[in-house]
Write a protein that binds this ligand. Structure first.
Ligand SMILES: [Zn+2]
Length: 435
């Protein structure tokens, strides 16, 4: 009787142990994946990497190993005739601009409606391989983009990583103001309007208070807004200085929308982290950007997309200057890149009204400007991550990085258009799209 009573607990222990190891093995299989495609672009190397697998455990990249050396316990995901690369980073976007005619769209829709469409837009972008978005302000009175960011970070919804500025800060009559209504009509513009150093400091403090980790300022007029001139400088010298010094006190970087040459050069000199558009840059701007380490986000394709489309309220203002100057601008972008300016992919197409495959066409326009296909891909991965100060976690396939990995058909170095339709998307180790 004594012997029997001792036997049962031992068998039970073995049984429990077996169950434990079985679950541990299943867990290991589930969280440890080896991704095998035809080739790997790691985001930093000059060449493709062949005959290799990317090892992922939980949300992180463990490393790249030869396909023969995949350790036991990894579940192998084969992506035949595909190239693996880091998830794409869009360095300039406006997820809540839901209509082509975005200033009227701003006036017509509630913040809640914009946020709902913005969430749907962000999810489409993730499905199309964009794993990180830098928001450069939105036509939204409240903070819809911050609400999306919060809900995604809390795991309520799937979506890309989001950083950036909730609003673009504009002076009265500038690129973020509504300049097409009569003076009797009082509306709240799409941008955050601030005049003079004190109002600009207050606007920056408010942006940071509600979660912006970038400050976006409209230093010059814009092409797609009504009633202002992209060749004019909107910010005075003291306003520009106040913006950069206030943001710097909070360790928050500044992105400067600037078309006019003097606006570009002044913004670089006072120390903004990135120049957006930089349309009328010259050799002096290039020299200054190299000297100050300023990132350059040209956002070319949006001009091509809207040229002669008839979809913009400011269509007339956009077409002639853009089309007549395009070749010279592209040549200057190529020159800037050759001189050592860090050029970054930013798309600037806006949100819901745009077909999600269109965004990756920015890579093709950078190649047209003179970047090699590999340099263009780096501009939308590792260089973009460096601009965000997130290069310790995203933008390349290296040990310890977050597993934001996509796969595209064939070889994007031979056909860059393949980036428009990624076939596999993983964010933070979780697969959100499979072939
Ligand atoms: Zn923009």
């Amino acid at each position: 009787m004594k012997n029997i009573s001792r036997k049962w607990p031992v068998r039970f222990e073995v049984f429990i142990l077996r169950i434990f190891f079985l679950f541990a093995a299943i867990e290991c299989l589930a969280s440890s994946k080896a991704l095998v495609g035809d080739a790997i672009i790691d985001g930093v190397s000059r060449e493709l990497i062949f005959n290799s697998a990317i090892l992922v455990k939980d949300d992180r990249i463990i490393g790249i190993v030869a396909t023969d050396d995949i350790p036991l316990g990894y579940s192998v995901i084969r992506l035949e005739r595909m190239t693996l690369m880091p998830g794409m980073i869009n360095g300039h976007e406006h997820p809540l601009l839901h209509k082509h005619d975005y200033q009227n769209g701003h006036l017509q829709a509630s913040s809640a409606y914009k946020a709902l469409l913005g969430l749907a837009t962000m999810q489409r972008w993730l499905q199309h391989g964009w794993t990180t978005i830098r928001v450069m302000g939105d036509g939204d009175i409240f903070y819809g983009n911050q609400a999306i960011r919060k809900a995604v970070e809390e795991g309520v919804f799937k979506g890309p990583r989001i950083t950036g500025a909730a609003h673009y800060i504009s002076t009265t009559g500038g690129g973020g103001d509504i300049n097409f209504l009569s003076p009797e009509q009082i509306v709240i513009p799409d941008g955050l309007i601030a005049d003079g150093p004190d109002e600009i400091r207050k606007a920056i403090r408010t942006e940071i208070k509600y979660g912006s980790d970038w400050i976006k300022i409209m230093v010059t007029g814009a092409f797609h807004s009504v009633g202002d001139d992209p060749k004019n400088i909107a910010f005075s010298d003291d306003e520009l200085l106040a913006a950069v010094s206030e943001a710097r006190r909070h360790n928050v970087p500044v992105a400067a929308h600037a078309h006019a040459l003097e606006g570009i050069n002044k913004a670089v000199r006072v120390g903004v982290r990135s120049i957006e558009h930089g349309t009328y840059l010259n050799d002096e701007s290039i020299r200054l950007m190299v000297k100050h380490g300023t990132f350059y986000v040209p956002t070319i394709y949006v001009g091509d997309y809207y040229a002669n489309s008839g979809k913009l309220l400011a269509q007339g203002k956009n077409d002639d200057p853009y089309l007549s100057y395009r070749a010279e601008w592209l040549s200057n972008i190529g020159k800037a890149h050759d001189a050592g300016v860090k050029v970054v992919v930013g798309v600037d197409l806006g949100g819901y009204s745009i077909e999600p495959e269109a965004y990756a066409r920015e890579f093709a326009t950078l190649i047209e400007a003179g970047l090699s296909p590999m340099s263009a891909i780096k501009a939308g991965t590792s260089v973009a991550a460096e601009m965000l100060r997130w290069d310790d976690r995203i933008g390349s396939i290296k040990p310890g990085m977050l597993a934001d990995i996509i796969a595209v058909q064939g070889n994007p170095l031979e056909d860059i258009a393949t980036l428009e339709f990624p076939t596999f998307v993983m964010i933070g180790g979780k697969i959100v799209r499979t072939p």
